[in-house]
Design a binder for this molecule. Structure first.
Ligand code: ATR
Length: 466
């Protein structure tokens, strides 16, 4: 966890709206992973941008990002502007300099780095750019800067394409209805319109044949992940990617500018996984919960707590929840009402979790949950639909030896009280045998935990859930 103290360098992002920004997560993860004492906050600015920027500089704010709608306006408040940013006409990163801030645009190099990691080069390539807004201007600048040969810039409003074409004679403005004038060739294509953001949106060029000319396509829209443009590329078998990788790398490059460091690929991987989880696993809130099942000592609690911390979710242990409600220990419940009585209580707890009844006692209503289940929860048939309703059910598999070593000295497990070690081993073997089919049936995802570390298991769960 990040510790904030008087040495902490403060970073932030200015925008309006700013509520759903992913930038704090990107930058705070980098700081944490790299051990840099910095903290990044969103700043909601509705007016007085110039005043805010000057005040930030005077008070030693170590770096800022600027997002919608201020990427142009902020240029009036800077001491210096990087040449590429100036040609793009937009600044998204402020780096302290003598007397204030210097403005950069890391969107363009961010996209370029995203393409490089996919092995896509621009040198000598022909490109089609769809759309002629601010994003398109940055993409065209990138194509020119990194050596593209020819750029066909298609837009509904031709005048806007013509304005961008003033950047270079390599850019050919094309009216939407004239797309057939683009010569038959191989292209890399960039989708820079807002078409695809909303359900039911169409394509700027609505012609399946057109996309057959694509070797690679990039949609700047990252949510939803599958836009009509991406669907076309998939259909013709072209390679593709979307704007989430650009979001990632514009952040990484901004960070590198602030601290004059190089963010290693292993750190980038951690940010990338967090970013994908934040954007895509939140799409279906009803199903974003993660339910961990498996035989006792399979790692449900350890992995569950780690995962909850990583995702910013609330961790719930069904056994703990039972103890909390009943006001007595599991051993006491077993002694008083037997296993059958315990299982009934357990089902009741699941039911109230699945209906959301008791959530407010435990977590904020929109928090995701990581629920670690008692080892025997899968034995009751009526629990299975409740588990599925609660979220994605993960089966953590551990073998007999691992289980034996983990439970042999643990007296808190009533089902495993045994006279001697051989008897305990025998009990474990039988239970594993007996319960395996139930776990298989109950789960959406199986993970053979084998020699994996806690963080590796957590990462595998995140990958599988995505
Ligand atoms: P950004 O700054 O993110 O690039 P923008 O400046 O609002 O966003 O640009 C939006 C792009 O999507 C423009 O190219 C716009 O076309 P126009 O220049 O003709 O307005 C395009 N766009 C948006 N809705 C469209 C639609 N329904 N059909 C065709 N193009 C559309």
């Amino acid at each position: 966890m990040l510790e904030i103290n008087e040495e902490t360098k403060v970073l932030g992002v200015i925008g309006d709206p700013i509520k759903h920004t992913l930038s704090p997560m990107i930058h705070n993860t980098i700081s944490e992973e790299m051990g840099i004492n910095a903290y990044y906050v969103p700043v909601h600015v509705t007016e007085g941008l110039d005043e805010v920027v000057r005040c930030a500089s005077k008070n030693g704010i170590s770096g800022m990002n600027i997002t919608v709608p201020y990427k142009q306006e902020v240029m009036n408040s800077l001491v210096e502007i990087d040449e590429a940013a100036s040609r793009i006409g937009a600044v998204n990163t402020l780096v302290p300099c003598e007397g204030g801030y210097k403005g950069y645009n890391t969107d363009m190099p961010g996209l370029f780095r995203a393409l490089q990691t996919k092995g896509i080069s621009l040198e000598g390539k022909n490109a089609v750019v769809l759309g002629a807004g601010g994003a398109s201007r940055a993409v065209c600048m990138m194509l020119i800067t990194y050596g593209a040969e020819k750029i066909y810039l298609v837009n509904r409003t031709i005048e806007k394409a013509e304005r961008i074409a003033e950047l270079s004679e390599k850019i050919v403005p094309v009216k939407q209805s004239d797309y057939k004038s683009i010569p038959e060739d191989r292209y890399i294509m960039f989708q820079c319109t807002s078409l695809g953001l909303r359900e039911g949106d169409g394509l700027l060029v609505d012609d399946h044949e057109f996309y057959k000319m694509a070797d690679f396509g990039y949609d700047l829209i990252y949510n939803p992940p599958e836009t009509p443009f991406i669907k076309e590329l998939k259909a013709v078998g072209a390679e593709y990617d979307n704007g989430l990788s650009m979001l990632l790398y514009q952040g990484v490059i901004a960070y590198e500018n602030w601290f004059n460091v190089s963010v290693h690929e292993t750190v980038v991987d951690v940010v990338w996984n967090n970013l994908k989880t934040a954007v895509y696993s939140g799409n279906d809130t009803a199903n974003k919960n993660i339910i961990l099942t498996g035989y006792m000592a399979s790692g449900k609690t350890t992995v569950g707590k780690y995962l909850a911390e990583k995702l910013g979710y609330t961790f719930i242990d069904t056994d703990e929840e039972i103890i909390r409600r009943e006001g007595r220990s599991i051993n006491e419940i077993f002694a008083e009402v037997g296993e059958e009585g315990f299982r009934k209580i357990e089902t009741e707890v699941l039911r109230s979790l699945a209906s959301g009844e008791c959530i407010s006692d435990i977590a904020s209503p929109d928090s995701g949950l990581v629920i670690s289940c008692g080892g025997g929860i899968v034995l009751r048939k009526q629990n299975l639909p409740l588990l599925k309703k609660l979220g994605t059910v993960i089966y953590l598999k551990a073998d007999e030896e691992t289980t034996f070593n983990r439970v042999k000295n643990d007296s808190s497990r009533p089902l495993l009280s045994s006279e001697n070690q051989e008897e305990l081993r025998e009990k474990i073997r039988n239970m594993l045998e007996l319960r395996r089919p139930y776990y298989e049936l109950a789960s959406d995802v199986k993970i053979d935990t084998g020699d994996m570390s806690v963080s590796e298991i957590a990462q595998e769960i995140i990958n599988q859930v995505n």
